[in-house]
Design a protein around this ligand. Structure first.
Ligand code: MEV
Length: 299
């Protein structure tokens, strides 16, 4: 028998970096998915774009850990993904969550979604050294989520375009940027603390604006959020170039998503083709997608 499960990536609408200091953030699942096909086999085999291996923590760290955490059953696991790897969109969380879920179903292990989300977070911590539970939680349950409360929110009812600078974001880079912001805050607490609090205020306002379908105001606050992320030093010329290109093409708003320093920006818009074209012209890789309430699911 074969079980196929898929799990989504995510973007931050508001609040990255400020969330490290206890401020709220809003993360939303997007309809870019990692699909994992699991079949019973005579030995452990993992196939992806990265190659075909057995348990291998160098080439397939997250999948290898997922198999081990569920008792190392003899499985053949095949992974394919729409989510660019290492670009701040939660690709490793989606691969981990989809693998855990497919093995759980195929071998009738009986874990709940909550348990699988917890195991996926443990795996991210082991493989990355440190990880917030955001990516694994959003990938498991889908939809919009307020962090740290994990309150489920509705999703903005408009299109999404992601712009990838193709300059690597990675857990190591995230750690470096988080440290860099911490140093700036230590040096100038009276300047940086109010910026962090203001970023937190966007997530507090966000829920009401989403319910009102007020995309213009959500976009405006995303733009201010981007300005403040730039102010604390996590934007790059490439990221801001894509952000401005998206806004000029008519997006409601555009900002970095994730840690910054490379990786991706996100725009919300009802002009997806125009915004996508502008991002490509400005040197980015554009990905047209939409918000999704579907977390991990069987296909
Ligand atoms: C990275 O995706 C988001 C940060 O806020 C770090 C974190 O919350 O773990 C920069």
């Amino acid at each position: 028998m074969t079980t196929i499960c898929s799990a989504p990536g995510k973007i931050y609408l508001f609040g990255e970096h400020a969330v490290v200091y206890g401020e709220p953030a809003i993360a939303c699942a997007v309809e870019l998915r990692t699909r994992v096909s699991v079949s019973r086999s005579s030995s452990i085999l993992i196939s992806s774009d990265l190659g075909v291996t057995g348990l291998d923590h160098e080439i397939h760290p997250y999948i290898s850990s997922a198999i081990e955490k569920l008792g190392s059953p003899d499985v053949s696991v095949e992974i394919s993904s729409d989510i660019p790897v290492g670009s701040g969109l939660g690709s490793s969380a989606a691969a981990t969550v989809a693998t855990l879920s497919a093995i759980n179903i195929e071998f009738m292990l009986g874990h709940s979604k909550e348990e699988l989300a917890g195991i996926a977070h443990e795996i991210e911590k082991i493989e990355q050294g440190a990880a917030s539970p955001t990516d694994t939680f959003v990938s498991t349950f889908g939809g919009g989520v307020e962090i740290p409360t994990r309150k489920h929110l509705s999703l903005p009812d408009c299109g999404v375009v992601i712009g990838n600078t193709k300059k690597g974001a990675s857990p190591k880079k995230t750690a470096k940027l988080v440290k860099q912001v911490a140093q700036l805050r230590e040096e100038y607490p009276e300047v940086i603390d109010p910026i962090i609090k203001t970023i937190g205020s966007f997530a507090r306002k966000g829920e009401t604006l989403i319910l009102k379908k007020d995309h213009i105001s959500i976009g405006k606050l995303m733009n201010v959020n981007h300005g403040l992320l730039d102010a604390i030093g996590v934007s790059t010329l490439e990221l801001s170039t894509l952000v401005y290109a998206a806004r000029t093409a008519g997006a409601y708003g555009a900002k970095i998503t994730g840690a910054g320093g490379g990786g991706c920006m996100v725009a919300i818009t009802d002009l997806q083709e125009e915004v996508s074209e502008a991002i490509e012209k400005a040197g980015g890789q554009a990905i047209i997608t939409r918000f999704t309430s579907n977390g991990v699911m069987r296909e």
